[in-house]
Design a protein around this ligand. Structure first.
Ligand code: SF4
Length: 336
């Protein structure tokens, strides 16, 4: 594979992560693999927000961790800053890591309860040996201001903060090194609805002011519409549909996307009526250790037909920028 076309901030090609399953106590042998991420291609442009949506177990968080190289991929390429970082060692990754950060789902467990807010936010600066003590203290103040927390919070411990305030600390920590790209892993799902809206507004403001690029991981399609430029829908380790956000809501193509949209309780009647061929989501997502053959969604898909349980769907183009993996859109298989 060669470097992707110009203009991207980050691009993955054939990105794959399989976790081996071993059996046996003394002589362990591999008996299978969890196919968490399988042959994913995606491109993220500077300043945009790509949302990855899907049920738990679809591989969204694993993709986020692969893209910022918290995890090493089994195969594939990750292009960032003009180089393939997929298989760089820790020393070569060090300067890259300064430019990529992650905000975690649960602010309570992601902040060390025994450390003060100032120490938590300052950590990345200390690890990367940036500035002296006075310069770092001044940067902490600046970051607290950026995430709209009072400067006095620097001396508090996380357990003296609300959930929303803790998440603001997590965001401040992620901003400390001036990153270009941030993975937001369900950053609002542990928060009350009213707090969620404030954190989303903060993330949007920071993106506009600092020119940030986001990968926003969520199982909740309601929060996506307000924030994302484009959406990728994941199912069992693959992106089954990608489209600009409004296109996805107005014209969802994949039966799984339609099922996810049909399941949004707060969607208004007008929008609900606009979803063609509403599909109820049946059953549970299977384990990624036992991915069904053919189209992985076929055991749950009411639209399945002859090739679905034996042929893996190719990517088909529905419209410009709107891609789907479903035989219904493949000229070779689509019913007349
Ligand atoms: Fe359903 Fe077949 Fe399309 Fe898969 S390929 S989503 S089973 S119609």
């Amino acid at each position: 594979m060669s470097q992707p076309e110009n203009g991207y901030l980050l691009a993955a090609r054939g990105l794959t992560k399989h976790f081996p399953i071993y059996r046996g106590i003394v002589l362990q042998r591999q008996v299978g693999a969890v196919r968490a991420v399988d042959q994913v291609d995606l491109t993220i442009m500077p300043g945009e927000t790509l949302a990855l949506v899907g049920e738990s177990g679809s591989g969204k968080t694993t993709i986020g961790k692969l893209l910022i190289r918290v995890l090493r991929p089994t195969a594939g390429e990750i292009w960032f800053g003009g180089q393939d970082i997929a298989h760089l060692n820790d020393a070569a990754l060090r300067p890259v890591r300064r430019r990529m950060q992650m905000v975690y789902q649960d602010p309570t467990s992601s902040l060390n309860p025994r450390r003060r807010v100032k120490d938590i936010i300052e950590d990345p600066l200390v690890i990367h040996k940036i500035g002296d003590a006075a310069q770092r203290a001044s940067r902490v103040e600046e970051l607290l201001h950026l995430v709209e927390l009072p400067v006095e919070f620097a001396y508090r411990y996380p357990n003296a903060l609300s959930g929303g305030q803790k998440q603001r600390v997590g965001i401040a920590r992620a901003l400390a090194l001036n990153p270009a790209f941030i993975v937001l892993d369900e950053p609002t799902s542990a928060l009350d609805v009213s707090v969620q809206a404030k954190i989303i507004a903060l993330l949007k403001r920071l993106q506009a002011e600092l020119g940030l690029t986001y990968l926003f991981i969520t199982h909740d399609l309601r929060v996506v519409r307000n924030l994302a430029t484009r959406v990728g829908v994941m199912y069992l380790g693959r992106i089954v549909e990608q489209a600009p956000t409004e296109t996805l809501y107005a014209n969802p193509a994949h039966p799984y996307t339609r099922a996810l949209l049909s399941a949004i309780p707060a969607l208004d009647e007008e929008e609900l009526a606009a979803i063609p061929q509403k599909v109820p989501l049946q059953g549970e997502i299977p384990s990624a250790a036992h991915v069904p053959p053919g189209c992985a969604f076929h055991p749950r898909c009411p639209a399945r037909f002859a090739p679905c349980d034996r042929v893996v769907p190719r990517e088909s183009v529905v419209a410009e920028g709107h891609l789907v993996r479903c035989h219904l859109y493949d000229p070779e298989y689509a019913p007349a």
